[in-house]
Design a protein around this ligand. Structure first.
Ligand SMILES: [Zn+2]
Length: 370
């Protein structure tokens, strides 16, 4: 018929959809992804983390997995900053999460990686683990020391801003919280929070486009919510201090045993045979994790058994999930981490000496020399 309006071309329709998408009707990003797939056009808003760090900057660099001990740069005073306000936990009897009971049929597990750094060392960053997790799109939780975050600023920022990962509190410099008390105890917990806020506030500073900082910050919670005790050691005073800092203590029900060198199949059996739905699995990624060689086999076997990977927060957020709580901390059975207390007391003496030496050399508050 002559008077009919010309048929709209698919391009015109697409233009209309795009105009709606970006005209204040709200960006339906899932929809934009679908359009990307249908059309081959790139309409998804660019990932600010990928804009900040090129592939090469994200990938592991040779040597950064190594732990460097006793070097002057290992001493670092905590950041002097006011912590943002946060609610403290109100429970009288603070308990520890070991794993999470999930509704029948939900087969999620949480891989967790500790990034511990002690006072006299700069610990490593096992980027091969992170590269693998990214490659396989495996979600994971990193319990990071505050000093570790500052001595690995870019890595801490990359982990924080990666939607696959969450970053949680593993104290300032890995003191045994069962043998320190009062201000020292609170400082260990809160200085890690200060470090996290410092790292978060510096987002964008190392990007070629510093203006990406705001977009990056939007992805990162203002403060951490989970906490893990060094040496698997806690007592009622330290549990109370963690709760007062607004944090939830999380240990594990499956330890990979990765600080001890072993054949890959030893780690595979240790992890896979002991994992059940809702398990929280302990690894290290600070240069002391020897299970890297087994990680792909562990992930493959768990997947073959129907498991999917979640962060600890994901586990806790499953509808009907119930955290499995204990009154105190241990590795696999009650009292089995007590043996670290004697070692920790000796370390305390060494740590104090190292800190005093470094402060004496450079003067208080001058920060690390590099
Ligand atoms: Zn640790």
């Amino acid at each position: 018929m002559r008077n009919r309006r010309p048929v709209r071309t698919p391009i015109a329709l697409l233009t209309l959809v795009l105009a709606l998408l970006f005209s204040g009707y709200g960006c339906s990003c899932a929809f934009a992804v679908k359009i990307d797939q249908l059309t081959g056009l790139k309409l998804t808003p660019p990932d600010p983390a990928r804009q900040c760090w090129a592939d090469e900057a994200l990938k592991t660099h040779p040597g950064e997995e190594l732990v460097r001990k006793g070097i002057p740069a290992a001493y670092r005073p905590p950041p002097e900053r006011q912590l943002s306000p946060r609610p403290s936990k109100s429970e009288d009897n603070v308990k520890v999460i070991r794993r999470v009971d999930l509704p029948p049929g939900v087969k999620l597990v949480a891989l967790t990686f500790d990034l511990c750094e002690q006072p006299y060392e700069i610990a490593g960053y096992q980027g091969a683990i992170v590269d693998f997790l990214r490659d396989q799109k495996i979600r994971a939780t990193f319990f990071a020391g505050g000093k570790w975050m500052l001595s690995h600023l870019d890595r801490a920022q990359q982990l924080m801003t990666d939607p696959l990962f969450e970053v949680a509190n593993h104290t300032w410099e890995h003191r045994n919280l069962r043998i320190i008390t009062g201000k020292k105890l609170n400082d260990e917990i809160q200085n890690a929070e200060r470090a996290y806020e410092e790292v978060r506030s510096n987002l964008g500073n190392s990007c070629s486009m510093p203006e990406l900082g705001e977009a990056l910050k939007q992805r990162v919670p203002e403060h951490m919510s989970l906490f893990r005790f060094p040496f698997g050691a806690c007592n009622p005073e330290s549990l109370r201090a963690v709760a007062d800092a607004g944090l939830t203590p999380v240990q594990w029900d499956v330890s990979s045993g990765d600080p001890t060198p072993a054949k890959p199949e030893v780690y595979v059996r240790q992890v896979v045979d002991n994992t059940k739905p809702g398990s929280i699995i302990l690894f290290h990624a600070n240069g002391r994790g020897h299970a890297t060689v087994a990680l792909s086999a562990i992930a493959r076997e768990l997947k073959a058994r129907g498991y999917e990977f979640a962060t600890v927060t994901d586990l806790l957020n499953v509808e009907g999930a119930k955290p499995v709580l204990t009154d105190t901390c241990f590795d696999s059975k009650l009292g089995d981490t007590n043996r670290y207390d004697t070692l920790s007391r000796q370390l305390e003496v060494a740590f104090e000496r190292f800190s005093k030496e470094q402060i004496g050399k450079r003067g208080v508050g001058k920060g690390p020399t590099r």
